[in-house]
Design a protein around this ligand. Structure first.
Ligand code: BT5
Length: 325
């Protein structure tokens, strides 16, 4: 009911009387008043004038379904949203509910208290400054193809940033960088049998409107935000919807057979590492080579001492010789 009232207010340019709203939905005016108050608590600015009624003045900067749906062009990605003001980790929650949910369902939070990176690392997720979400996916592909999904996510974030006028690069396999520093990380986790995927959860974290002092000191040399780099506040709702739109387009090609050529092409053309000297970390070992290309399997080809080797995502970290990339 609350959302129905919100939608009615959104559609109306003028005041809506309590009487009118109660007529439309068949609830008492006292109930309407309660819902309006609850919307105000959510951050909606609603003017109420006796005998005129209610008028929506502004909507809060929150990533609920109600706030992104007008911008969504998807069929199934993001059409059901679990929204949290605060959570431990959206990936953790998505994994908990994945079994009983359809693919495309997303979990979004305004802050994460235990946001996760790869290999148990931490993902800083300050409140309402970034976008933190996870998508539940159930592709009909062999489990070994799942690593390619991270590249699909990276390509979607690249395209969405491009759409809002921000030029970025993809640092294989799971980072998006702007001006050489990380603005986004992707964590893809899977539950599978030997030959069959139960579900995949792909988590994306984007540093959107963080200020310099929102970034931990020991991350400042390698992390930044869209606001810092583009010197202006970025619309989180628009960006989240754009990422979901782009992702669905790429995922539709992938879901039944594993087709990724378009996504891989985007990752190749906008790569932050191809043609660069890179350090490849695997466990405690470190090797230096030159990144040459990303192959059709989504693997990185690196030349070590004149010999070309395939580097798989997973246990690997890539770093430039002089810095982060
Ligand atoms: C990643 O791991 O980059 C994957 C991050 C995925 C985060 C999303 S948010 C929604 C969903 N729910 C979750 O719990 N996670 C996903 P990795 O490549 O391992 O990078 C982690 C490293 O990046 C850390 O060890 C830090 O050095 C650095 N880092 C941490 N927070 C950062 C931030 N906000 N911006 C840039 N770098 C950060």
């Amino acid at each position: 009911m609350k959302n129905k009232i919100l939608n009615l207010l959104k559609e109306s340019d003028d005041f809506l009387s309590g009487e009118k709203i109660s007529e439309v939905f068949g609830v008492t005016r006292a109930a309407i008043w309660k819902y309006i108050n609850s919307l105000k608590e959510d951050g909606y600015e609603i003017e109420s004038i006796s005998r005129k009624g209610y008028r929506l003045l502004s909507s809060p900067d929150i990533l609920t379904y109600e706030e992104i749906k007008d911008k969504l062009k998807t069929e199934f990605v993001g059409r059901k949203v679990y929204y949290y003001d605060s959570i431990d980790s959206t990936n953790k929650m998505a994994k908990d509910i994945a079994h009983n949910e359809k693919e495309g369902v997303i979990v979004v939070a305004e802050e994460q208290l235990e946001g996760r990176g790869r290999l148990g690392r931490h993902w800083e997720s300050p409140k309402k400054k970034g976008i933190y979400f996870s998508i539940i996916l159930k592709p009909q592909v062999p489990p070994m193809k799942v690593a390619k999904l991270t590249l699909l996510g990276a390509a979607a974030v690249y395209q969405a940033l491009d759409e809002i006028g921000i030029n970025s690069q993809i640092k294989w396999p799971n980072d998006i960088v702007v001006n050489g520093k990380k603005v986004c990380g992707i964590l893809t986790e899977m539950s599978s049998e030997l030959n069959m995927i139960n579900h995949v959860v792909m988590g994306i974290g984007v540093n959107v409107n963080l200020e310099e002092n929102d970034i931990l000191e020991d991350l400042q040399h390698k992390a930044t935000s869209l606001k810092i780099e583009s010197k202006g506040k970025v619309d989180r709702k628009k960006l989240l919807a754009a990422i979901l739109n782009k992702f669905e387009n790429l995922y539709i090609l992938f879901k039944d057979g594993g087709e990724t050529s378009q996504a891989i092409e985007i990752c190749r053309e906008n790569s932050a590492v191809i043609d660069k000297e890179v350090q490849v970390f695997s466990g405690s070992s470190k090797r230096v080579g030159k990144a040459l290309d990303i192959n059709e399997e989504g693997e990185l080809l690196v030349e070590f001492d004149g010999k070309i080797e395939t580097v798989f995502s997973g246990e690997i970290s890539i770093r430039g010789i002089d810095g982060y990339i």
